[in-house]
Design a protein around this ligand. Sequence first.
Ligand SMILES: Nc1ncnc2c1ncn2[C@@H]1O[C@H](COP(=O)(O)OP(=O)(O)OP(=O)(O)O)[C@@H](O)[C@H]1O
Length: 225
Amino acid sequence: MSVLLEATGLRKSFGPTDALAAASIRVVAGEVVALMGPSGAGKSTLLHCLAGIVRPDEGTVRYQGADLAGMGDRARSALRRTDFGFVFQFGQLVPELTCLENVALPLRLNGERGRVATSRAREMLAELDLTAIAGRRPGEVSGGQGQRAAVARALVTGPRVIFADEPTGALDSLNGEQVMGALTTAARERQAAVVLVTHEARVAAYSDREVVVRDGRTRELEVTR
Ligand SMILES: Nc1ncnc2c1ncn2[C@@H]1O[C@H](COP(=O)(O)OP(=O)(O)OP(=O)(O)O)[C@@H](O)[C@H]1O
């Protein structure tokens, strides 16, 4: 199995708060990893370090062998656009754009022509059973539909890793199940890895592997599925 991401000995402080104390993790191609643990344990900070959004004070993050700290800001931003996808708790779709335009947006930002971007976005929405809402704005769809559109937007560029921070945190359990089902099925079909932050066991149950974060430290949990 090829290692996509490898973080070792991560430390990160925000003023007097040690968000990460000694965090290490490996993510291989195509696996779904859940970062579990109590509120304030450092899960989101770890996710942000892995995605090159936050720079750790100590330790290294390697993506396909390349140290993120050794890349310039532009190279890191380009990597986030081409190789990574993101799903957050509150979708963060652009409210003025339709769902179709939202899903096409990452392709447009990567320089894809409008017609090609629209047609791929349409296919992605269809795959997630969202054709009916293509022309609606995020304010005109349900929370679950909006989150699935956010999943479509994260997947449309064909990323190698999808980072999902509490993607079902604002949903009821039925919608949460649908979003997790859509995210993990589509990711597995594409051999994309998913790094998922959650504190809910039923959400973590969609993962292949659980890593517990406590007081900024990581611990691998043995799970049998
Ligand atoms: N930008 C920031 N500035 C100051 N403190 C921060 C910042 N980001 C995180 N922290 C602090 O670092 C610690 C870890 O936060 P983090 O968000 O990583 O935890 P978490 O496990 O994701 O929590 P939750 O489950 O509540 O989202 C917390 O004490 C938090 O208050």
